[in-house]
Design a protein around this ligand. Structure first.
Ligand code: ZN
Length: 391
């Protein structure tokens, strides 16, 4: 058993506690959360006194562990289409190199206070790491296939890979509106309607995705040409990508839309009117790396959405650290409080992954992990702010 006391405890499920005390058992289970101001007498039991905020372990809602070997290999700010072409060129590597980098990324995430990850997988390379990891992983088996004729084959390959991942938590998911045909969306939707199949899709990562869907113009045409694909079957939809594909997603499953860099208020209202269980995920450091822009995050606040945070992969980020994502958001949007960002980076991610019965908040009986955030300016995140994993 061990007790920690800090300037603040942020349980996330309840208001912050000034000079709060958290007690955990030897397995990391929370057995007490104490507000000393409510005690009749001073708290005298032994505590480890800390400076900063104690919060639950972080949930990284969007990552690609299997791309960890691409760290510093993909040029910055060339735009999404060039990024995709670069990834395809560089992702092939020696299996040992891929595994070494993924092992290191897994242990770095642990050190950075991350306890659970929503991880995109196109291959079986990370199964061993995930099986042995101290972190909880949900693997999204990602499908690519914009040519309608390939839908069945792509879906069956995904089913095969999903079976390799089982019994690890896993599901089949579409990659993005520009890389999945209507036919493939329908196969995934039909599959999702019958069982449990969490969905996580890259959404509106650049303006050209909307331009392609609206007018069939822009750099995505170059991408298909690069891969030698004939896309004469695709007709411009006269609306943004999200509005075009939302009806093709299952209404039975929780759906995480990732990036949302070029999602506008009209799209947000469209989603609201539609009967789909939408969550949003922001990965600001990856957006800066790839496109050099950030999503209009303030548009999403107060709309009733579950907002989560992700790191994306090391191909588009220098580290897999949720605190670093919070720092980038608060620097650009100072009105977004540290308390709000901590909720996005903990409970909301756990809620989407369906693990909030055990993780995501400091509540008696849960095993959320505990992080210490120190080096704040008041309650503001600064370049000096650090995270330390307590348990
Ligand atoms: Zn991604």
């Amino acid at each position: 058993m061990k007790s920690f006391k800090a300037d603040y405890v942020y349980p996330v499920c309840a208001d912050p506690i000034k000079n709060g005390i958290v007690t955990v058992d030897d397995f990391g289970k929370i057995i007490a959360v104490i507000d000393p101001a409510t005690l009749p007498e001073p708290y005298n039991a032994p505590v480890e006194q800390l400076s900063g905020i104690i919060c639950p372990g972080f949930v990284n809602a969007h990552c690609h562990l299997e791309l960890s070997h691409l760290k510093e290999k993909v040029k910055e700010r060339t735009g999404l289409v060039n990024f995709i072409i670069d990834i395809q060129k560089t992702r092939g590597a020696d299996a040992a190199e891929v595994l070494d980098a993924a092992y290191k990324a897994d242990s770095d995430m642990y050190e950075n206070g991350i306890i659970a990850v929503g991880d995109i997988s196109n291959t079986n390379s990370t199964i061993g790491i995930k099986t042995a990891s101290k972190l909880y992983y949900h693997s999204f088996i990602e499908t690519f296939g914009f040519l309608p004729g390939r839908a069945t084959e792509v879906f069956e390959n995904a089913l095969h890979l999903l079976n390799e991942f089982k019994p690890l938590p896993s599901s089949i998911t579409p990659h993005a509106p520009y890389s999945v045909s209507k036919e493939l969306f329908k196969l995934i939707s039909k599959y999702s309607d019958t069982g449990h199949n969490l969905l996580s899709m890259h959404n509106q990562e650049c303006e050209d995705e909307n331009k392609f869907y609206r007018y069939k113009l822009g750099s995505f045409n170059d991408l298909y040409a690069h891969f030698g694909m004939d896309i004469t079957f695709f007709k411009p939809q006269a609306r943004n990508s999200l509005q075009s594909i939302l009806p093709l997603l299952s209404s039975k499953q929780e759906i995480l839309l990732v990036h949302n860099t070029c999602t506008n208020l009209k799209d947000i209202y469209f989603v609201k009117r539609f009967d789909r269980k939408i969550h949003f995920c922001f990965c600001p450091n990856a957006n800066l790396h790839i496109e050099g822009i950030l999503p209009k995050i303030e548009l999403f606040i107060g709309q009733g959405y579950n907002i989560t945070l992700g790191t994306d992969s090391l191909a588009s980020n220098s580290k897999l650290c949720i605190l670093s994502e919070m720092r980038t958001i608060q620097a650009k949007f100072p009105a977004i409080s540290t308390q709000q960002l901590i909720q996005w980076g903990t409970l909301n991610g756990a809620n989407f992954l369906g693990i909030d019965d055990e993780r995501g908040s400091i509540e008696i009986g849960k095993t959320p992990g505990l992080n210490l955030i120190s080096g704040l300016d008041g309650l503001k995140i600064t370049p000096e702010t650090k995270v330390k994993k307590l348990i």
